[in-house]
Design a protein around this ligand. Sequence first.
Ligand code: ADP
Length: 711
Amino acid sequence: MDIAELQEELARERRGRLAAERLLELKKTELGDANRQLSKHARQLSGTIVDQRKVVSILQGENDRVVEDLHRAKDQVVAVERLLWDALENIPDGFALFDAERRLMAANQPYLSVFREAGGVSVGDTYQSILDICLDDGLIDLEGENEDEWYDKMLDRWDGSFINPITLRFWNGMYVRMVDRRTADGGIVSLALNTTEAIAREEELRIARDKAEAADRAKSAFLARMSHELRTPMNGVVGMADLLIERELDDEAMLYSETIRNSGQALLEIINNILDFSKLEAEKLELREDVFDLEQLAQEVCMIVTPSLRDKEVTLLIDYDQFLPTQFIGDPGRIRQIILNLVGNAIKFTECGNIMLRFVGVDPVGDDGWQVHMTIEDSGIGIMDQLKDHIFGEFNQIEDGTNRRYEGTGLGLAITKKLVEVMGGEIWVDSIPGHGSCFGVKVNLRHAAPADIPRSCLPDRFKTALLWIKNPLDRSLVERQLGLFGLEARIVETAAEYDLALRAETPDVVLVGSSRLDPARAMLEGTGLGNSVVSVAEAPGEIADLPKPFTRTMLFDALNAMCDGGQTQAIDRPIRVLAAEDNATNQLVLTKMLQELDIELQIVEDGLQVVEAFRAQVPDLIFMDISMPGMDGMEATRAIRAIEGETSHVQIVAMTAHAMHGDEDRIRQAGIDHYMTKPLKKRSLEDHINKVRSRLEKDGSSDATVQGNSH
Ligand code: ADP
């Protein structure tokens, strides 16, 4: 090889080496990069590993906690289950769980113990096999029920969607009430409640209640009898005292007789109150349903209490709103009692001023009901705020200086309140001590059609009336009532106006206040109206054609009497009165009360005799005692009505000491026309006789019995 070639070769080798060195350099760089990448990746990896370790350790912790919680929960479940079973074992009632196949899954001892003597029941047994044991071992007292029916009934019970509880009676006297419910998985949870004690208590209560009811009935019967027994002698006391007072007595004897009469009446009132109260307490009070005129009833109450106003400077007024209906259906006797109690109290506790019985308004209730609102205001001693509730309690009176001098049982308001409540109403009082009280009452009554005013009875010529009455309240009342009878009223206030009115147009009837009667009559002279004057009393107790206060019927009767003028024919024989009364004192009272009247009185002692006397000669009127030995008043009345048939009708008026509810209805059903409670009042005996007399006179036949029933 030449040098050139050598050099060439050398140069080539150097180039090769240089290239290799460069390559090496490049590879080194690449290796360094790769190394760096690697170590970066390694670093990232180890970071991730650290993170993962942390997560793992957290998860590990949580896992430990969950496991721990699970253990604890399991322990708790076991403890609760133990507690639950402990509790279930300790209750006296049986508890059992059945699965959907009706196999017993669990039951407490009280449940299982029932079957122990019969060989026992254990978990896994079916419901059917338990029923079999019940029947085979005679555990259940079927109380007459057929075995198969009972078995089917018990099986069917569990089929329905709702399982009705059932009470089983075991032969050992135990009562078990089975209450079963279906669980969500179709099984049954069954509770067997031991109700033996409850049933025994119920039985005791039932026996006690029966006894109490029997005692209550006995008490009511006793009260009714006592009331009768007490009223009969009281009739003698009050009646005889009444007769004594009518005689010419010296002052001392008069005082004694009046005291006897007043004490007797007070005693009767107490008897009635106590009787009422016990009826209300025993919830024995039944309300009657009669059509009545509330305005008239209020006026009647005012008339009843008029005598007690005699020694007081008290004016008693009724304000019956003219737009208010007057006809209602309800128990007029009880409404009268409520008003009488409140007006009576108002009078008792008021020495001077006014007492106003106000009928304020009605509100409709239900379909045909009306709630009537009335108030009774007085200007008396009043009631302190703190005692306003107290006075409605039984036997409660206000015990202080102003009040102690008033007599009473403290039952009046208690009875009134109960009566008002029975009528679905309420009662309250507002008062200013020293100035007066206002009792408010609301009672529910039913609607009644307006009364059928017997306008046809008044002759057609009665069209206009002239009124010369001082008191505006009386005047408006008369005017309103005349309007109901179809009469147009003209009102005058002075004598001159009266005179003028008479000249202008002759009225058909003139109604004049009692103090103006004389001038009014004088001015009528020559007008031909002399017989057409009705005097209107201006003060209670005054004698007039219309007393104060008067009722619509009284006005009607006064007008009617005028129509009859000249048309009646006096009968030429005494009225024949037949009276049946077994009690000798009462016979005497009756005889004495009637002795001054122009009547022919025959007294008999029992029902048979009254029927015999009736057959012998038909009387015009019979006063009939109800309780008599042998044939009583009701039987006798029925016998008389049977003899009469439909053609005639003698007036029969019951005299009775009975005051229990229902008596009046029974008495009327027997065919009795009227009803008087003992003690007898001379005035009402006379009223009945007078009514019969005027009917006979109107009929114009001196020997006819009264036709038609005049309820
Ligand atoms: P009594 O029969 O004793 O009057 P009540 O029950 O009717 O029984 O009344 C209870 C009490 O309420 C009365 O004793 C009286 O103190 C009081 N009282 C009732 N009404 C009035 C009234 N209008 N003014 C003042 N006090 C009255």
